[in-house]
Write a protein that binds this ligand. Structure first.
Ligand code: HAS
Ligand code: CU
Length: 584
């Protein structure tokens, strides 16, 4: 049963003082902290391995000295991709997308389901860790068959994925409770964005879950002898493209829902934030096959359509660039910034949470541009399977998502634990080092990709002469990659010193409230930590129209079916049966 809980320890809606409410409030904080610790614990391991891959590209082979912990570059790369891409992001997101709406609505989440979500994901992670560290499953984060890992890998991945969908029913129940008390009102912004994100993810997850449950799980335990690599790749990308928005949208929730307040201003448009989320959901699912431009088996016409659809999915991010840019400008001008760029300098750069998020947004200009390059079929032919692609995704998930999540911890850990940040300066250093390291690393990779340096290649294991003959022309960009990797190592440890230092040793202080932003022109109750005010302006017609999330979900499913049935149908009529390969 949902009950009203205290929404902010030090916020305007004070605790009712009821014991049950206080107990539940403490339980919520503990759970949220557990999600953060599990997620960031995964990042600590994953990010520690990352720079080894950067050194690999500069011709430095650190792997032989890491035996028996790591046997190969491919084992390290699998651990890096799985822990950072899935485990880190899923734990943090499944915490935030329950906790923030619960605070915003003032409604307690279903704790049993939230714990089950944590438990399933933790069990999945344990299986994955076992499978990856025993060197049985160096199948990389995409786990493409016919590469064959151990059953622990595929069952672990299945549990992790199922667990990650569980916030949806929790959110639906909280929203229903809130709406029952306020018939006809639109869902507050942060809850709306969280709900659309989870709806998108649950629909998208069907692809990978079908691949795992119908093919890879039974194959791994010998129930079926062979699988179809092309069908499985297609099912993977049905989830594998939307997953990038499952990484991006939680960061956008913070940018739209919190950052304008943290920066000292207001969100300039609540309906634009809703529109962005609705469009991301509708366009995310149909475009997965843009990862398969180089694969055989589907028509040229479809490839052309995919380019158009991919450019469409970039549109909501362009809306975000303008809405966020204007919100930041508004904050900067309120803080006294003048002139063309004075507002940018006037932002509260001394606040590590603001600095990390603004820097993350700056990296996304490069990340978005390289995404648009990859989304064009002709240009993708040049960069596909080169290190241009990891260059692209380190200035998206590696910066936007990772830095925004770090930024959130800078206010959230004090909020959850009642402990002050151990060092603002170290937190700021972590943000700037991460930004500098990621930019060096990504620019180097994108530049080297244009020379044709392949991704996912243990190039440092080649004899020196061969390495130089093949990649000598790209030595300058590859040196940037290595330098970026080393700077990222420093950033990682600066961040973790702050994160764990605050949890363990931070000085006691009054916990800060959740910095929910207020929207300009929106009703007072929109996206702020106050109950809706009857005197406020009514929600915009756009916000009202977008309130019909089930219709939007229906449109998404129809669009996804229209894009996937014509591609999958011929594959289903020409099934290839591949036995498993173990190449490591
Ligand atoms: Fe991507 C490959 C296309 C976005 C992640 N992508 C990947 C892979 C990953 C990934 C992990 O079409 C590799 C998968 C693998 O292992 O093979 N991607 C796109 C497009 C977008 C895009 C069109 N990707 C992302 C995001 C990711 C992500 C987001 C993670 C979070 N991507 C592709 C394609 C491939 C691909 C192909 C396959 C390539 C291949 O050959 O294999 C778009 O959504 C991007 C739109 C973004 C923008 C930027 C907006 C900018 C903003 C910041 C504004 C800044 C402000 C600050 C306001 C248009 C919002 C103020 C600052 C001032 C200076 C004033
Ligand atoms: Cu994609």
């Amino acid at each position: 049963m949902n009950i009203q809980v205290a929404t902010q320890a030090a916020g305007p809606r004070a605790d009712t003082g009821r014991d049950a409410g206080i107990g539940r409030d403490a339980a919520m904080r503990r759970m949220m902290l557990a999600f953060l610790v599990a997620g960031f614990g995964a990042l600590l391991v994953g990010a520690t391995i990352g720079p080894l891959q950067a050194l690999n590209y500069a011709g430095i082979n650190a792997y032989p000295s890491l035996r028996p912990l790591l046997q190969t570059y491919y084992q390290g790369l699998t651990i890096h991709g799985v822990l950072n891409g899935y485990v880190f992001t899923f734990f943090v997101t499944c915490g935030l997308l329950v906790y923030l709406p619960a605070r915003e609505l003032g409604v307690a989440p279903g704790l049993a389901l939230w714990r089950a979500c944590f438990g399933l994901m933790a069990a999945g992670t344990a299986c994955l860790l076992y499978a990856m560290f025993d060197n049985s499953s160096s199948v990389l984060w995409t786990f493409y068959p016919p590469l064959k890992g151990s059953p622990f890998f595929y069952f672990g991945m299945t549990l992790l994925t199922i667990g990650s969908t569980m916030p949806l029913p929790i959110l639906l129940a909280m929203r229903a409770t809130w709406k029952r008390a306020r018939p006809g009102q639109v869902t507050p912004l942060v809850t709306y964005m969280s709900l659309v994100t989870m709806l998108m993810w649950v629909m998208a997850g069907v692809g990978a879950l079908a691949e795992l449950v119908l093919q890879l799980d039974p194959w791994s335990i010998g129930l079926i002898a062979a699988v179809d690599p092309i069908i499985d790749r297609t099912l993977f990308w049905l989830t594998g493209h939307p997953i990038v928005y499952f990484w991006l949208m939680p960061a956008y929730i913070s940018w739209y829902g919190l950052l304008s307040r943290q920066a000292g201003g207001k969100l300039v448009s609540d309906p634009m934030a809703r529109l962005t989320f609705a469009l991301l959901m509708v366009f995310a699912l149909p475009v997965g096959t843009h990862h398969q431009f180089a694969d055989p088996g589907f028509s040229q016409v479809w490839r052309g359509i995919l380019v158009v659809l991919t450019m469409s999915v970039a549109m909501p991010s362009l809306i975000t660039a303008f809405t966020l840019g204007l919100s930041l400008e508004y904050a900067g001008r309120l803080r006294g910034g003048t002139g063309l760029f004075g507002w940018f300098r006037a932002l509260p750069w001394g606040d590590p949470s603001v600095a990390a998020q603004v820097l993350a947004a700056v990296t996304f200009i490069l990340g978005g541009a390289t995404g648009i390059v990859s989304g064009s079929w002709q240009l993708d032919a040049i960069v596909h399977n080169t290190i241009f692609v990891p260059g692209h995704f380190h200035v998206t998930v590696g910066s936007v998502t990772a830095m925004t999540f770090m930024a959130i911890t800078f206010w959230m850990v004090p909020h959850l634990t009642g402990r002050r940040l151990v060092s603002r300066r170290l937190a700021l250093a972590a943000a700037w080092l991460w930004f500098a390291g990621m930019m060096l690393f990504a620019v180097g990779m994108q530049w080297a990709g244009l020379y044709g340096v392949p991704r996912r290649a243990w190039v440092s294991a080649l004899p020196h002469g061969t390495y130089h003959a093949l990649y000598g022309a790209a030595s300058v960009p590859l040196a940037l990659v290595a330098a970026g990797g080393v700077v990222l190592w420093l950033a990682t440890y600066a961040f973790f010193a702050v994160f764990f230092g605050t949890i363990l040793f931070g000085r006691r202080a009054a916990p800060p409230p959740v910095p929910f932003a207020q929207a300009i022109g929106g009703p007072a109750g929109h996206a702020i930590d106050a109950p809706p005010s009857p005197a406020g302006a009514g929600p915009s017609p756009l916000a009202r129209a977008l309130e019909h999330v089930w219709i939007l979900a229906g449109v998404t499913l129809v669009a996804a079916a229209a894009a996937y049935v014509p591609i999958l149908w011929p594959f289903l009529h020409h099934v290839t049966r591949a036995p498993g390969w173990v190449l490591w």
